[in-house]
Design a protein around this ligand. Sequence first.
Ligand SMILES: Cc1cc2nc3c(=O)[nH]c(=O)nc-3n(C[C@H](O)[C@H](O)[C@H](O)COP(=O)(O)O)c2cc1C
Length: 174
Amino acid sequence: MTKGAPASPVPDIAEGFRAAMRGVASTVTIVTAGDSARHHGMTATAVMPVSMDPPSLAIAINRKTLLYDILMSARGFCVNILDKGQESVSTAFSGALPGSERFSRGEWAYTATGLGYLRDAQASIFCSRAAALPYGTHSLFIGEVTDIARGDGLSPLLYLNAAYCQPLPRSNHN
Ligand SMILES: Cc1cc2nc3c(=O)[nH]c(=O)nc-3n(C[C@H](O)[C@H](O)[C@H](O)COP(=O)(O)O)c2cc1C
C-alpha cells in the first residue's frame, strides 16, 4: 500500500524498476556449478535464503548464460559470498575474463566432485539442486544446503547503484 502519490510518476515500468533496483544494496557472490563435461562460475547478486527447514536458498540466473545451461544438468552448485576485498574476482566472473580464465583470479579450491569454491570467501555455501522454476528472462534455482565453509570476516562486497562498495561499521555512539 502506498502513502499518497509516488515521488515521481514512472513512465516506463522496466526503466523505473531498473532504477529502483539500483537503489537496493546487494551482497556479491560467485555461483559455481559443473556437469559431466563443463565447470563454470558467474557473478550473481540475485541470491536469497528461502527456508531454514530444510536450509535452502534461491538464485535467479539469466537463461542466456552458460551457467544456466550447466545448472540445468548439474546436481548442485556453490554460492561464494565475496569479501569486500574481492572486487576483482567479481569483475572477472561477470564478463571481464572468458570462462576458461576466470578461476585464475582468486584462491580457488575444488571438492572431490570438482566443484570450485573460493578459499578466502566470507562463506561458501554448497547446495544440491532441489528445484528449477523458469520465470521471464531468468530461472530460479532452489538449492538445499549440504555443506558450508565459513571464514572469520563479516564484511561482504556490496553492489549499489551499479558500483561496488562495502558496509560501514555502525557507530556505537548513538
Ligand atoms: C554485481 C553483478 C551482479 C550480477 N548478478 C547476476 C544475477 O544475480 N543473475 C544473473 O543471471 N546475472 C547476474 N549478473 C550478470 C552476470 O554476472 C554476467 O552476465 C556474466 O557475464 C554472465 O556469465 P557468462 O559470461 O559466463 O555468460 C551480475 C553481474 C554483476 C556485475
